[in-house]
Every structure is written in structure tokens, then in C-alpha cells.
Ligand binder design. Structure first.
Ligand code: FAD
Length: 458
């Protein structure tokens, strides 16, 4: 019987999975995941553990047939496919710069062994590079892109197929496998929600039924459970955006303002992937340098101040709560990502890639396109960027978006004794520092002026 390899990467699911369906139509399927040291090396423990939990869930969905190998996929995949006598290697297309380079080499090595390389779909509703202006050039601004993206449309979710899994292929144990390893369905305390396609579906349904109606206002409140928490599931491909969109965008169905807002947020993910597709260099270089003279960069080098930011000890409760949540859970609310990133770039004057790298290492949903372009948005160097003179004040932001102070108290036990919004301004209370919370490391107004001076000098 014909055998093919289904090489899973950012698509760790068996439902709504067109690449797997394509493999299954040809005969027996060997499900493969390669632990690539080049990718795992930069992943912090939370993301690494989350990946392993996702792989356990995927293995269960593949009836225990998942084959795991460690090494450079350029060597591992062709060698395994040849050893198994596979006719083809099936994948979901990978549009990131690293993935494109890697896949080109794997395809070439397979070709030399007369093994087919079959690409079906991407991790996006509309594949990056597909939406262009009438003259074929890419969109540089979000709103027209989002209109064209909706006009372009996307496929309905793929039908389930019966897969004949190949058994008996040697596999490596997953790191940490054994009696202490978390089971795929158990709640993952650190990331907040359990791994796997079933858990993704469950969380989506819960959000859709309980919180989506209030999303257009609730999405800005880190003290509430007002966002979908789909980012980690989307990162690992435990759910495809098409599956979520199918619940909201249907012919003849009108969407509420909150639903439209949610679709727009999913579109930001697609837009950033599209920008990266057209300009792979934008991962680490400014898309729009603000008349910046790189011969004389006007940025501070990461130093002890950077360490205080990373550790959540700046003395500004909203910044510190966000950074501590990031370290503990590998996730942060969007509002906190903006506030903490702005503090680093505009109050500590550190170049955004230093912060972006730290986020990427720690975030369970760490995604080069959304993260690095999100940082560029904050720094004022990206597409649709916040203008350079918009500088978030973390205290004002805290009082506005965490009015009860619940969010900061959850992450900063040293402020537990301050009731309500008082937790945002310990310096205003005689016993504000009695819990051992650090004093403010800088003067916000002074550093705001300094940021403006640096930006204007460029
Ligand atoms: C500095 C910075 C870094 C970021 N890094 C990442 C990252 O590494 N990975 C990541 O997935 N998102 C990143 N984001 C975007 C956003 O913060 C997260 O997607 C969101 O907080 C995830 O929570 P959620 O799934 O509950 O979001 P929801 O509000 O429920 O949104 C639904 C989905 O829409 C997409 N989305 C929402 N907002 C954005 C956005 N601004 N840009 C791109 N996609 C968006 C995500 O896929 C998200 O899961 C970053 C934003 C900033 C400002």
C-alpha cells in the first residue's frame, strides 16, 4: 500500500486539516513532527512545554501513531521518507522567512530521492501574498488590505477524512514523557488553557457564547476574561482561523459590531503575515525608519534598566504586572503588550528588537509576524504605526483599563494591601511601599520629553 508522510509543523490538528486530507487520500499516513533545535533553542520553557503538551494531544488524535524525531528537518525528513519508502511528504505551506528557506531545501533533498513534496494550504484564511492591489503590488496599510481580504474570501472548513495511520515506525519519546508529564487534556496552569484541538474548540465555543457579545469593549480590559485566548491555539495550529471565521462570516448572516471587531483582529494576524511575506527583512529591521540615522543610533543598549523591565520591577504597577504575567504564563493581554513595549522603547529608549526578542522567547503564542510588527507599531516604525509622539502613560492606562486594580494585584503581591485603583499609585499612599514593592525607576514626564527629543532629532 502507498505510504506518505504528513509532516506537521504549525498545524497540530487532525480536523479541518487539508494537508492531512490530501495525504490520507493517497494511502497510509505516517504522522511526523521534527523537534528542530534551531527553533527550540530560542523558545522559553513555557512555549517549549506548551509545544510538548500540543504534541501529546496530537499523538492522541493520531491514535498514538505520531513519530517524533529530533534534528535539522533538512536531513531528518528526506532520510525518514526514504527509509519508509514514502511516495510523498505532505505539508501545510509555511510562509515565514525561516520556514520558506527550510522548505526549499527539504523539497530539493526529496526531489533528489524522487519523493514528491505536496503543499496544501497555509496557517492563514487567505495565504500571505494572495491579496494584492489591482496592479499586483502589496498593501502597506491595514484598512484597504482588510477590505480586499474580505472580498477575496476563504475556503470553508475542510471535511473530516478517515485516515489510515501507519503503525510501528520508530519514534523518540517526547522530552519529559513519563509518569510526571501532563496529560493533554489537563489544564495547563501556565498558559491558562489546556493544549490540543478539542480544548481549542471548547475554549472557542465558551468565548463565542459567553464573551464575544461584549468583545468590542471587553477586549481592552485585562482584568476581565474578555478576549478569546485563541492566539496560542492559532500559533500551534490546533485551530485554523477558517474554522473560527466559519462561525461568524456566512452568506446572509449579519454580524454584530463585536463580531466584526473580532474578524478585524483575526485580519491583523493575516495582514502582518502578508507584510512579512513581501518584506522578510521587516522581521528585525524598521519598516519605516523615522528619518533615522543608523550610523549614530540614538538608542540605549540593554543594561540594568532592561533587566528591571524584564523582571517586572520598574516600579510602575501596570508594566510590572504585565511583565510578571508574561514570565509566569507565557501570555499577556494585548493592552499590556502595548504598555510594556511602549515603556521599553519610549521611556527606557531601548531599540524595539531587544524587547521583541524577549517577548518571542517567552510568549507561548510567540509569532514572528504578529510580535515583531506589533513592536514596530508601538515603536512608530511599522505599518499603520502609532505616531512617535503617542507615548503610553502606564499609570493613566492602568487606571483606565484596570479600574478596580484587580489585574495588578493579581500579579504583584507587594500591592495586595492597596484597595481599588490605589494599587496603581503606591507613591500616593503612606503605606504604599510596606509590601516591599520597588520605587519608580524613572520620571515619566522627563523620559517622555527625552523620547520626543530623540525622535525629533532623527
Ligand atoms: C508588542 C506586541 C507583541 C505581540 N506579539 C504577538 C505574538 O507574538 N503572537 C500573537 O499571536 N499576537 C501578538 N500580538 C497581538 C495580540 O496582542 C495577541 O494576538 C492577543 O493579545 C492574543 O490574545 P487573544 O487570542 O485573547 O486575542 P483576541 O483579542 O481574542 O484576538 C483574536 C485573535 O486575533 C489576532 N489578533 C488580535 N490582535 C492582534 C494584533 N494586534 N496583531 C495580530 N494579531 C492579532 C490573534 O490571532 C488573536 O488570537 C502582539 C501585540 C503587540 C502590541
Amino acid at each position: 500500500m502507498t505510504r506518505s508522510v504528513m509532516w506537521f509543523r504549525r498545524d497540530l490538528r487532525t480536523v479541518d486539516q487539508p494537508a492531512l486530507a490530501a495525504a490520507a487520500r493517497t494511502g497510509q499516513v505516517v504522522p511526523l513532527f521534527v523537534l528542530d533545535p534551531a527553533l527550540l533553542g530560542s523558545a522559553g520553557t513555557v512555549r517549549r512545554d506548551r509545544l510538548l503538551a500540543s504534541l501529546r494531544a496530537l499523538d492522541a488524535a493520531c491514535s498514538g501513531a505520531l513519530v517524533v524525531r529530533t534534528g535539522d528537518p533538512v536531513a531528518v525528513v528526506p532520510a525518514l521518507a526514504a527509509e519508509l519508502g514514502a511516495a510523498a511528504v505532505h505539508v501545510t505551506g509555511e510562509p515565514s522567512p525561516y520556514g520558506r528557506r527550510r522548505d526549499a531545501k527539504v523539497r530539493e533533498a526529496l526531489h533528489a530521492k524522487h519523493i514528491d513534496w505536496a503543499v496544501t494550504g497555509t496557517p492563514y484564511a487567505v495565504g500571505p501574498g494572495r491579496v494584492t492591489k489591482a496592479d499586483g503590488t502589496p498593501y502597506r496599510v491595514f484598512t484597504p488590505f482588510s477590505r480586499a481580504w474580505r472580498d477575496h474570501g476563504w475556503h470553508s472548513p475542510a471535511r473530516d477524512v478517515r485516515v489510515r495511520w501507519a503503525r510501528g515506525v520508530d519514534t523518540e519519546p517526547l522530552p519529559g514523557d513519563g509518569p510526571t508529564a501532563a496529560s493533554p487534556g489537563s489544564p495547563d496552569e501556565r498558559v491558562g488553557y489546556p493544549a490540543g484541538q478539542a480544548a481549542a474548540r471548547q475554549r472557542w465555543q465558551q468565548f463565542r457564547d459567553d464573551a464575544l457579545a461584549g468583545y468590542d469593549t471587553g477586549r481592552d480590559r485585562p482584568d476581565l476574561d474578555g478576549t478569546s485566548r485563541m492566539s496560542v491555539y492559532l500559533k500551534f495550529g490546533e485551530v485554523h482561523p477558517r474554522t473560527l471565521l466559519a462561525d461568524l462570516v456566512r452568506p446572509g448572516r449579519s454580524m454584530s459590531a463585536a463580531e466584526q471587531r473580532y474578524v478585524t483582529e483575526l485580519c491583523w494576524r493575516e495582514f502582518y503575515a502578508d507584510v512579512l511575506w513581501h518584506q522578510p527583512g521587516s522581521a528585525w529591521a524598521d519598516l519605516h525608519p523615522i528619518a533615522m540615522d543608523y550610523a549614530e543610533p540614538d538608542y540605549a543598549e540593554p543594561d540594568a534598566d532592561f533587566d528591571r523591565w524584564q523582571a517586572g520591577r520598574t516600579g510602575f504597577p501596570m508594566v510590572d504586572a504585565g511583565m510578571r504575567q508574561l514570565a509566569a504564563q507565557g501570555w499577556m493581554h494585548n493592552r499590556l503588550r502595548m504598555i510594556t513595549a511602549s515603556f521599553l522603547v519610549k521611556h527606557l529608549h531601548v531599540w524595539w528588537p531587544h524587547g521583541a526578542r524577549h517577548f518571542l522567547n517567552l510568549l507561548a503564542d510567540g509569532d514572528i509576524a504578529s510580535n515583531n510588527h506589533g513592536w514596530q507599531w508601538v515603536a512608530g516604525t511599522g505599518t499603520d504605526a502609532a505616531p512617535y509622539f503617542r507615548i503610553f502613560n502606564p499609570v493613566t492606562q492602568g487606571k483606565r483599563f484596570d479600574p478596580s486594580g484587580d489585574y495588578v494585584r493579581r500579579w504583584i503581591p507587594e500591592l495586595a494591601h492597596l484597595a481599588g485603583a490605589a494599587a496603581h499609585e503606591p507613591w500616593k499612599h503612606p503605606d504604599g511601599y510596606s509590601g516591599g514593592y520597588p520605587e519608580r525607576m524613572l520620571d515619566l514626564a522627563e523620559q517622555r520629553q527625552e523620547a520626543l527629543r530623540r525622535y525629533q532629532n532623527r
